[in-house]
Design a binder for this molecule. Structure first.
Ligand SMILES: *[C@@H]1O[C@H](CO)[C@@H](O)[C@H](O)[C@H]1NC(C)=O
Ligand SMILES: *[C@@H]1O[C@H](CO)[C@@H](O)[C@H](O)[C@H]1NC(C)=O
Ligand SMILES: *[C@@H]1O[C@H](CO)[C@@H](O)[C@H](O)[C@H]1NC(C)=O
Length: 769
C-alpha cells in the first residue's frame, strides 16, 4: 500500500509546476490516487504532516480530495541552486491508521532574471592594449537553475570589442571582452557599453550592466610642431635677447606624456653661439652678434620632446637682411709721389679703390674730391677711380696738397669715409733767380780800403734746393779800358760786392757793372742786373788859390785908387778845390791885415771890398792875409797874401821894387809870370769894361767890379773836368760847382787841357756865349 501510495504520490508530485507558487493551486487528487471515496477522507481525518517541523506548503481539500498548495512555494528559497527540490510529507489517515508518503517534487519556473553583481562595470584599459587582449567581466547570476539560469551574454554593438562567453566549472557562464580594434585615448577617452545576460527560460529573462571603460593614456603621440619649416627674416645687428620666433609643438598625450620641451637639434657650432632657445616656451632669441657680412643664412634644427623622450623635429631657416652698418673703405692702390710740377693737366696721380661690405644699395659708392684742389676722380671699372690733375700745378705756389677723398654709400642713412692723401709736388727748375731791385746803386767813398764792401745784390729763386740756389757773378767787362775784375769782386754765395782797390773820386766818379744771378739747376736759369757804382767825394784836397798866385811869390799888387769909396770892389781871391760839393764849398776870411777895418772879404765870393772911404792918411801899402777854407769835415784850408797899393800912379810907389819877385831863380818862371800877369791884366781890363757896360745898364753905381774873373788854372788836378751848365747843385752829393760862388755871374768853365801838361787856359764861358 505504501508502495502504491508512494507510486501514486510520486506521480502526483511530478505534476507540481512553477505555477504552484500560487495558493490553492491543485497539484493532485489524493482520493483518486488512493481509490477512496472522498467522504472517507474527512471521516478518517486525513491530514498532511511534515516529517520534521518545517513549514507545510501543502494541504488536502477534504471535500474534493485535492492536494492543494497551502503556502506559496519558492523553489529558490527552498532549494537554492540545488537541482532537485523535494518536499516530503505524510498523509495520515485515522481509523485505521494509515500513513502515506507524499513526495512533492518542486519544479523550477523562470521567475528570476539574470543579475550582475554591479550595475556598472568599471574597466581601465590602456590605449596601448593590443588586439586580442581579453578582459574578464563579472559573471551575471540567475537564481533559477537549469534552463532558466544564464544562458548567454550579449554586448552592445561597438567598434572595439567583441564578447567571448565561457562556462565556469560550476556550470555558470561568464563573458570576457576581447579587444578587436585598438583604442585611442586621443580619440575617445571613455567607452560605455551595455552588457546583457540572458537566461534560457521561457519567456526569456535578461539582466544588464553598463561596462564603463576608461581608456588610459599611453605615450603614443610625438609632439608635433606647428610648422615643419619656420622661415624667419632677421635684420643684422639685432641686439642680443631679441625674440626671433616662438616655435610650438603640441603633444596629444596627457600629463607628462604631453609635456613638451624644446631644444636645438642640428646646427653648426658657430650658429649655436648666436641663438638660444627657451626649453619650455620655445622662444628663440638672439644670443650673439648677427652679421650679414659673415653669414646671410642660418639653418637650425629644433626638436620637441615629451617626458618620455618621444621627439620630433622641425627646421628654422633664418634669412639675415642687410643693414647699412659698414662704412665704405677707400684703398689707395697707387700714388705717383712726388708729382713734378710741370705735369700736364689730366696726369694720373693715383688709383683708388672703394669698397663696401654691405650689399645692394648699401654698397653703391660715390666718390668725390673736395672742391678746392686741382684734382678729380675719374671713375673706372668696378669701383676703381683714377685721380687726375685738372690744371697746371706750381710748386712755388703750393708745394703739397691734402686731397680728401670721400666715399659715400647709398644706404639710408648713408655712411661715408674720408681719406686724405698728402701729395707732394716736386720741383722743376722753372723760375730764374729774380733780383730784388731792378738796378742797384752803390756808393763808396774814395780812398776806400781795398776789400771794402760796396753793396750787396740779392736775387731770389723760389725753386727748391739747387734749383733755387743762387750763385752770383759779375759780367766781365771793361771800365775805362780796365777789366772790371780789377775794380770789384762779388761773393758768389752772398752777393756782396767788394772793392778790389782804392778809388779816387777825382779820377772817376762812377761806373756800371752787370751782376748775374744763376741758379744751380740743370739747365741753369739766370738773370742779370745793372749795378751802378758811385764814388763819393772825400775832403782830400785843400783849396788851391788861383789868384793871387799863392805864397807871396806874386809880383802882382792890386792898385787901389785913392779916391775909392766905401764898398768898392778892389780885388778878388780866386780859389778852387778839386773836391766837390761841401768839400769844395770855399769860404774866405781875412786873417791878418795892415789896417783892419779898411777891407773886408766876401765870405764866399772872395771879393775884397773897401769898408770905408780911403783917406789920405791911410797907409799906401796894405797887406792882407786871407785864409781859404773848404766846408769839408774836417775842413782843409790854404792862406794867401794879397798886396794892395793905395795909389793912383804906379810911379808913386817907392817900394814897388821891393814887392817884385826876388827869387827869380829861373828865367823861365819869370817869363811865365810876366806872361801870366800880362794876360791877367788884359783880362781884368776887359772884364772891367764889360762890368762897366753892365753896370750902366743896371744903374748900380756902387759896384765897380762885379763879376767873373778868368784865371789861369795852373796846377789843377788832371781830371779836374766834367763841369757843365750853370752852377746849380744837381744833386745832394754830386756837385759840379767848383769855383767860388756867391756872385750871380760867376760862372766859368775851364776847358781842361788833358794833354797832361798840367797847363790850361780858362775860358770865360757864360758871358761870351
Ligand atoms: C696737409 O696736412 C698736413 C698735416 O695735417 C699739414 O701739415 C699741411 O700743412 C697740410 N697741407 C696743406 C696744403 O694744407
Ligand atoms: C730741379 O729741377 C729738375 C728739372 O728741372 C729736377 O729734375 C730736379 O729734381 C729738381 N731738383 C730738386 C732738388 O727738386
Ligand atoms: C742780361 O739780361 C738780358 C735780358 O734779361 C739779356 O738779354 C742779356 O743777354 C743778359 N746779359 C748777360 C750778360 O747775361
Amino acid at each position: 500500500f505504501i508502495k502504491h501510495l508512494s507510486a501514486a504520490v510520486n506521480r502526483k508530485i511530478l505534476t507540481v509546476s512553477l505555477f504552484t507558487k500560487s495558493r490553492q493551486y491543485v497539484t493532485g487528487n489524493i482520493a483518486k490516487d488512493l481509490r477512496m471515496d472522498v467522504k472517507q477522507l474527512s471521516a478518517r481525518k486525513a491530514r498532511i504532516d511534515t516529517e520534521d517541523s518545517s513549514k507545510r506548503y501543502c494541504d488536502v481539500n477534504l471535500n474534493t480530495g485535492d492536494l492543494i498548495v497551502a503556502e506559496t512555494i519558492d523553489r529558490e528559497e527552498l532549494c537554492g541552486s540545488r537541482m532537485s527540490c523535494i518536499l516530503n510529507y505524510e498523509l495520515v489517515l485515522e481509523n485505521p491508521l494509515e500513513v502515506h508518503r507524499i513526495i512533492l517534487q518542486i519544479q523550477d519556473i523562470n521567475d528570476n532574471a539574470p543579475r550582475f553583481p554591479n550595475e556598472r562595470i568599471h574597466l581601465e584599459i590602456t590605449e596601448s592594449a593590443v588586439k586580442g587582449q581579453k578582459f574578464r567581466l563579472d559573471e551575471a547570476h540567475d537564481t533559477d537553475i537549469g534552463q532558466n539560469s544564464i544562458n548567454s551574454y550579449s554586448l552592445e554593438k561597438n567598434k572595439h570589442f567583441v564578447l567571448n562567453v565561457h562556462d565556469t566549472a560550476d556550470g555558470g557562464k561568464y563573458a570576457e571582452l576581447v579587444l578587436e580594434k585598438e583604442l585611442d585615448r586621443e580619440q575617445q577617452k571613455e567607452i560605455d557599453m551595455i552588457l546583457t545576460a540572458t537566461d534560457g527560460g521561457s519567456p526569456q529573462r535578461s539582466g544588464t550592466a553598463v561596462i564603463h571603460i576608461t581608456v588610459l593614456d599611453a605615450n603614443d603621440n610625438v609632439p608635433v610642431f606647428s610648422e615643419s619649416v619656420y622661415k624667419v627674416t632677421l635684420a643684422e645687428n639685432t641686439p642680443s635677447g631679441t625674440e626671433i620666433i616662438r616655435v610650438s609643438a603640441t603633444d596629444a598625450d596627457e600629463g607628462p606624456n604631453g609635456e613638451v620641451t624644446y631644444e636645438f637639434s642640428r646646427m653648426s657650432e658657430k650658429t649655436a653661439k648666436l641663438f638660444s632657445i627657451d626649453k619650455t616656451t620655445g622662444q628663440i632669441v638672439v644670443a650673439g652678434e648677427i652679421d650679414y657680412e659673415k653669414d646671410k643664412k642660418y639653418e637650425m634644427g629644433i626638436q620637441a620632446k615629451d617626458a618620455s623622450g618621444l621627439a620630433s623635429t622641425a627646421k628654422i631657416i633664418l634669412d639675415v637682411t642687410d643693414v647699412n652698418d659698414n662704412s665704405p673703405r677707400i684703398i689707395l692702390k697707387s700714388l705717383n709721389k712726388p708729382l713734378p710740377e710741370n705735369s700736364e693737366p689730366g696726369t694720373e696721380v693715383g688709383i683708388i679703390n672703394a669698397q663696401d661690405k654691405d650689399s645692394g644699395e648699401n654698397r653703391q659708392i660715390r666718390c668725390s674730391v673736395q672742391q678746392n684742389v686741382p684734382f678729380k676722380l675719374n671713375p673706372s671699372v668696378k669701383n676703381y677711380f683714377s685721380l687726375v690733375t685738372t690744371k697746371a700745378l706750381d710748386r712755388e705756389k703750393e708745394s703739397d696738397y691734402n686731397i680728401t677723398i670721400t666715399a659715400t654709400d647709398g644706404g639710408s642713412p648713408p655712411l661715408s669715409t674720408s681719406l686724405t692723401i698728402n701729395l707732394l709736388i716736386s720741383d722743376v727748375n722753372d723760375n730764374p733767380p729774380v733780383f730784388e731791385q731792378q738796378s742797384y746803386s752803390a756808393y763808396i767813398s774814395e780812398n776806400n780800403k781795398p776789400g771794402t764792401s760796396v753793396c750787396s745784390v740779392s736775387a731770389n729763386d723760389p725753386d727748391w734746393r739747387q734749383n733755387g740756389t743762387v750763385l752770383y757773378s759779375l759780367v766781365p767787362s771793361e771800365v775805362n779800358g780796365v777789366q772790371v775784375s780789377s775794380f770789384l769782386s762779388i761773393n758768389g754765395d752772398t752777393g756782396v760786392i767788394h772793392a778790389v782797390r782804392s778809388f779816387d773820386y777825382e779820377q772817376f766818379r762812377n761806373f756800371t757793372v752787370k751782376a748775374v744771378a744763376r741758379d744751380n739747376g740743370s739747365p741753369p736759369l739766370s738773370s742779370n742786373v745793372t749795378v751802378k757804382v758811385f764814388i763819393t767825394d772825400e775832403n782830400d784836397n785843400s783849396p788851391q788859390i788861383l789868384y793871387p798866385v799863392p805864397d807871396g811869390k806874386s809880383l802882382m799888387t792890386e792898385m787901389v785908387p785913392k779916391a775909392t769909396l766905401s764898398g768898392s770892389l778892389v780885388s778878388k781871391v780866386i780859389a778852387v778845390d778839386a773836391d766837390s760839393g761841401q768839400n769844395a764849398w770855399l769860404s774866405y776870411q781875412i786873417v791878418k791885415s795892415t789896417d783892419p777895418g779898411l777891407f773886408s772879404i766876401g765870405l764866399h765870393s772872395g771879393e775884397i771890398k773897401t769898408q770905408r772911404d780911403i783917406s789920405e792918411s791911410d797907409n799906401m801899402k796894405q797887406n792882407l792875409v786871407i785864409s781859404v777854407k773848404d766846408n769839408g769835415q774836417p775842413s782843409l784850408s790854404t792862406t794867401c797874401a794879397v798886396n794892395l797899393l793905395i795909389s793912383d800912379n804906379l810911379s808913386e810907389v817907392p817900394e814897388l821894387k821891393d814887392m817884385t819877385y826876388e827869387d827869380s831863380n829861373s828865367k823861365l818862371t819869370s817869363y811865365l809870370i810876366i806872361a801870366l800877369v800880362s794876360v791877367s791884366t788884359f783880362f781884368l781890363t776887359f772884364i772891367i769894361l764889360i762890368v762897366a757896360v753892365k753896370f750902366c745898364h743896371r744903374r748900380k753905381p756902387r759896384l765897380l767890379f762885379d763879376g767873373a774873373v778868368a784865371v789861369p788854372s795852373t796846377n789843377l788836378p788832371p781830371n779836374y773836368a766834367e763841369v757843365d751848365g750853370a752852377g746849380t747843385l744837381r744833386s745832394s752829393y754830386n756837385y759840379d760847382t767848383y769855383l767860388t760862388t756867391g756872385s750871380r755871374t760867376s760862372d766859368f768853365k775851364f776847358i781842361t787841357d788833358t794833354s797832361g801838361e798840367g797847363f790850361s787856359y780858362p775860358t770865360l764861358v757864360n758871358e761870351f756865349i
